[in-house]
Design a protein around this ligand. Structure first.
Ligand code: FAD
Length: 300
């Protein structure tokens, strides 16, 4: 992607970390390790721990309720091991109930399995214990060495309420909290929000208008294009794994339903959107509620 940006005429400055950003009424100054750059506007696409949100005081720190901790490793099982597990890229497992506010996953890839577990940061006790506890319970993994896992944070889109614009500044991608909260998919939304921000920046430059109010159009566009999906995804995440008060019943009446599983696959491969999935998930959810109230269920 960096190469493509360079081909399109972007000047790429590598190994030159941004130290801080200063915003005045007439310009933005980006102070890096090697130089100072002056601009009319800055787009901060520097991830969850980026300098832009902190330095401009748009979003100085994350609330642990708004963040998922994800810990993951790649287990080399060879092509045969993957085939024994399931078809690569066509099959995956989600394990609910293995984390206090999250789930475990196994994704078969060409010659390895991506194995990980997530937990809402506010509920996390020990990341390593969570990971070891999950992987030790999976028989297949006992025959293979599991390399040291890598842990990272992902914003819980829908819960992460980040002010994404200020005077002469916009945030995109993880910096803006734009990761879908059910599967933690953030790459697509980082690119999409970057494109929307670029359009908004071009309009701001044409009009020579960089106030927070005029840049609000960027935020509105993001909400229009994917904000509704994040809201539905966050509700689904709360119900199914973030607030696990009734996991056994949820698994029995919700996740074991074929239509719910089909929805999960469709959401994962992008063939359906959360706003469409909601209608398909209403009946399984209703069945779960009926069972919880002790009422009989007469139809499938
Ligand atoms: C374990 C795990 C698995 C995941 N799996 C998936 C997946 O399968 N699919 C998916 O869609 N998403 C996945 N995600 C989420 C996804 O990785 C992120 O949502 C996505 O990378 C966000 O992109 P971004 O460009 O906003 O931020 P980042 O990818 O964090 O990029 C920010 C960039 O800014 C740079 N930067 C930061 N600070 C500075 C500074 N001071 N100066 C200069 N540069 C700076 C960083 O070096 C980095 O290059 C996963 C996340 C985790 C933790």
């Amino acid at each position: 992607m960096t190469e493509k940006a360079a081909e399109a005429g972007t000047e790429v400055l590598d190994a030159n970390p941004v130290l801080r950003i200063e915003i005045s009424s007439s310009h933005v100054e980006v102070i890096t390790k090697n130089a100072r750059y002056r601009s009319r506007l800055v787009i901060g696409a520097d991830g969850m721990n980026g300098v832009t949100a902190k330095s401009t005081r748009l979003h100085p720190h994350w609330d642990p309720m708004q963040v998922t901790y994800a810990i993951e490793s790649e287990v080399m099982v060879g092509e045969r091991g993957v085939l024994a597990y399931g078809e690569p890229n066509e099959y995956f497992d989600l394990y609910f109930g293995v984390s206090p506010a999250g789930y475990g996953w196994i994704f078969p890839k060409d010659d390895h399995l991506t194995v990980g577990v997530g937990c809402r940061l506010s509920e996390l006790r020990s990341g390593r214990q969570l990971f070891d506890g999950f992987t030790q319970d999976i028989p297949l993994l006992r025959n293979f060495e599991t390399p040291s896992p890598r842990a990272q944070l992902i914003p819980l889109g829908g819960a992460a309420r980040v002010p994404v614009v200020g005077n002469r500044v916009m945030l995109a991608g993880d910096a803006a909290g734009f990761a879908e909260p059910f599967f933690g998919e953030g790459i697509y939304f980082a690119i999409l929000s970057g494109q929307i921000a670029a359009n908004a920046a071009a309009i701001a430059c044409q009009k020579d208008e960089f106030s927070s109010e005029s840049l609000q159009q960027y935020e509105r566009e993001c909400m229009r294009i994917f904000g509704k999906d994040f809201e539905v995804a966050y509700h689904l995440a709360c119900f199914s794994f973030l607030e696990q008060y009734d996991m056994k019943r949820i698994v029995r009446h919700f996740f074991s339903e074929r239509r719910v599983q089909q929805c999960m696959v469709g959401l994962m491969d992008g063939s359906i959107r959360y706003r469409e999935a909601r209608a398909k998930l209403v009946w399984p959810y209703f069945k779960y509620r009926l069972d919880k109230l002790g009422l009989p269920i007469y139809s499938d």
